[in-house]
Write a new protein. Structure first.
Length: 730
């Protein structure tokens, strides 16, 4: 049955509901989108298949009867026949009530609308229709698109489109449709991934994506309805005239460092990043094998003897087949998750454990201070198979948790002990009670695309999210960080950050190994010990990376002991630092200036997170950095945009919004957490390439200037739902 909206309008559209719905619900949705207006004339079409109950989420929104377009639970020829019936039904409706300028299809209706509109080039579906209805159907078979534009709202099906077509024998898949499409996707829609995969079946230059607040049903007036209706109306006018194509801006590339360049969109806060990664190592084994074998890798803080170090060659041998760190000795198999209790601070043994385990398996660093409950939760989340504990590191909470964990899990798990070598070989250690026939097993070596590190976020939710990081991404990000910091083999890194977090692992260890630099390792942070490490170690460190609390604690110690450290101008001359990197938290401008005046070197403020390390740093030119007070630099590893927190579209300059990133080294999604991935990932089209890419929402608020420099404004406020509406609260 067709219900026509009797309005004098400029644009005529066919409106199609979803599964287990009807035209009354469709009109409610269009009203909530603010599309029921004199500009539009809608012809409402109920599906051909009556059903007994309303679809999910429609209870209480209206009364029946209810209809669907086809039964998604049917198999084979039966489902193909009902799908053909639905397409035929649309063809007859267009013949009787058309022509139409466009179509609005919701959920299952979106899928059927697309099949009907693309029928003119879909030879497989044409054959199925003729088998179902005979040759006479050729009389109404379209020669082109039925509609110049299609609005697909919360498009969904029980199976992916390509899989559905394969099951129904509708192969091959036709090429991109030749019409303009607008895709409305609910931010909290459980079918959001399906809608996003649906987008990729369309020509990007003729496709618009707009995200909506709320879930699947569009069952309440949207906060952003004015934006939606204006965009749709403008797109409809352009689509109907068949002149619409996205304007592609020719990018102007500016170097951020030797390996990274950025291009800023003229009117929007959008920065594309281009990387030069050719020839760079992609595994930890390759990384360790690049510097000369005799080059120093690990040293001890405050050690005077310059000949006391562990070399790159020794470290490579340690984590290679037959070496002291060969995990086959412990019975570790390919892909196993191996947790270890990292000795406190920027310790050489913690660094060695990370490099050797991550090179062969999937490493999980634990802090020795973990409580029993947190450790048990982490062991279960990570599905740990092996736990390594050092004989001289006390971690009672972890030991007690592992004992309980071993009793809970059905699969066999193992606890291993290791002891450190003497101080003449910083970092190296030996496993106790090892297998004797391990050499018969296949060598362990992670592939570049394999996950080699698992971390947990420090969010406010009861269960932290698991961040799986691929080996290639970690290694390349380390090289990019070193490049942006201007590091080289002559540098000496002071490692003071704990090595159970990404900050210490990437911004102290991996970036140093990427250029063959030396790492001077320390234990737990103490202001006096750090001051002596910077002044007495042989050779003296040339830089370090840390958080504001460590910077400020060291400054306070130097000021409290000014007679011993500072000259008459208030500067400390007893170190060899050429720069200091600050990250993980906001370094106040007053603290940065004080740090600069005392150390007499540049303080490089940065932005990163576990999911992407690093994100932004000041652009580097001629050994210096172009810094803006209060800012955290330009994007160097991933493209970056400031987007509206609801529509997820880039904002114009001068507006504050959520920071989003996209790039080949950005992590690919949280482990076993579809809800978190659904809410944090979205599609965005580059104004420079015109292609849709997957982007990640960081949860941080920021603003970008015309140079691409990012200033952070805080965290996105929490969202609370009340009565179907989304309200913001601080």
């Amino acid at each position: 049955m067709i219900l026509s909206a009797n309005r004098s309008t400029k644009v005529k559209l066919l409106a199609m509901h979803g599964n287990g719905s009807n035209s009354t619900i469709t009109e409610l949705q269009l009203s909530n989108l603010d599309l029921v207006m004199p500009k539009f004339q809608f012809v409402y079409l109920n599906g051909p298949t009556p059903v007994d109950e309303p679809g999910i989420g429609l209870e209480g929104l209206g009364s029946g009867p209810w209809y669907s377009w086809f039964n998604s639970q049917q198999e084979g020829d039966i489902r193909l026949n009902t799908l053909c019936d639905a397409v035929y039904y649309i063809l007859k409706s267009v013949e009787q009530e058309g022509p139409f300028d466009g179509v609005y299809g919701f959920s299952q209706g979106a899928l059927v609308a697309n099949l009907a509109n693309n029928l003119y080039k879909d030879r497989a579906l044409q054959s199925a229709l003729m088998s179902r209805f005979g040759e006479s159907i050729r009389l109404i078979m379209p020669k082109g698109p039925l509609f110049n534009i299609a609005i697909f709202a919360c498009a969904a099906s029980s199976t992916p489109l390509s899989e559905l077509r394969a099951k129904l024998g509708l192969l091959p898949v036709p090429s991109f449709p030749d019409y303009q499409s607008i895709h409305l996707i609910g931010r909290e829609d459980p079918y959001k991934p399906w809608s996003e995969s649906f987008v990729h079946t369309f020509e990007p230059s003729r496709t618009t994506v707009l995200y909506l607040s709320g879930g699947h049903e569009i069952n309440y007036p949207l906060q952003e309805q004015g934006k939606v209706s204006d965009l749709i109306y403008q797109s409809l006018k352009e689509g109907i005239s068949q002149t619409h194509t996205d304007s592609i801006q020719e990018p102007t590339w500016t170097k951020s460092s030797e390996l990274s360049s950025r291009a800023i969109t003229k009117n929007l806060q959008f920065a594309d990043v281009k990387l030069n990664l050719e020839g760079l190592p992609e595994t930890l084994h390759q990384l360790l094998a690049t510097p000369p074998k005799e080059a120093p890798l690990f040293r001890l803080a405050r050690e005077q003897n310059a000949d006391m170090f562990t070399s790159y060659g020794e470290m490579l041998q340690f984590c290679s087949p037959g070496g002291g760190g060969d995990l086959r000795k412990l019975g570790v198999q390919k892909g196993d998750v191996v947790a270890y209790v990292a000795p406190i601070g920027g310790n050489a043994t913690a660094a060695c454990a990370f490099l050797s385990i991550a090179a062969q398996a999937c490493a999980v660093p634990f802090s020795s201070t973990l409580s029993e409950s947190d450790a048990l939760q982490a062991l279960e989340q990570f599905n740990v198979k092996h736990l390594v504990m050092f004989t001289d590191v006390t971690a009672p909470g972890i030991k007690a948790a592992f004992d309980k964990y071993a009793l809970r899990v059905m699969s066999k798990v193992h606890l291993h002990y290791a002891e450190r070598s003497d101080k003449h070989s910083p970092g190296l250690f030996s496993y106790l009670h090892t297998s004797t026939d391990f050499a018969l097993l296949p060598p362990l070596s992670n592939e570049p695309a394999a996950h080699c590190l698992l971390l947990r976020t420090s969010g406010t939710t009861s269960l932290p999210k698991v961040v799986p990081l691929r080996q290639r991404d970690l290694v390349l990000n380390g090289a990019l960080l070193a490049d942006s910091m201007g590091l080289n083999a002559d540098d000496v890194t002071y490692s003071v950050m704990p090595l159970d977090h990404i900050g210490g692992l990437s911004a102290s260890i991996l970036c140093s190994v990427a250029v063959g630099a030396t790492i001077t390792c320390d234990g737990i942070y103490q202001p006096e010990a750090m001051a002596k490490a910077l002044s007495l170690s042989n050779p003296r460190p040339t830089w370090y990376s840390s958080v504001p609390t460590i910077h400020n604690g060291t400054v306070r110690y130097l000021l409290d002991n000014a007679e011993a450290y500072l000259d008459q101008a208030g500067r400390w001359q007893g170190h060899n630092l050429r720069m200091i990197r600050s990250g993980a938290a906001d370094l106040k401008e007053a603290d940065r200036k004080l740090l600069t005046s005392i150390f007499g070197c540049q303080i490089v403020t940065t932005y990163s997170m576990s999911e992407q390390m690093p994100i932004s740093q000041p652009a580097r030119t001629e050994g210096s950095w172009l810094q803006k007070p209060g800012a955290v630099g330009v994007p160097i590893t991933a493209s970056l945009a400031i987007v509206d927190s609801t529509s997820l579209r880039p904002l114009p300059f001068g507006s504050e919004g959520e920071v989003a990133i996209s790039g080949e080294t950005v992590f690919t999604g949280y482990q076993d957490n579809q809800d978190a991935n659904n809410s944090s990932r979205f599609l965005l089209k580059s104004p420079h390439s015109g292609l849709f890419e997957t982007w990640f929402l960081t949860g941080d608020l920021g603003e970008m200037d015309h140079n691409g420099t990012l200033t952070l404004k805080g965290r996105l406020k929490e969202l609370i739902k009340r009565g179907g509406r989304t309200n913001r609260t601080s």
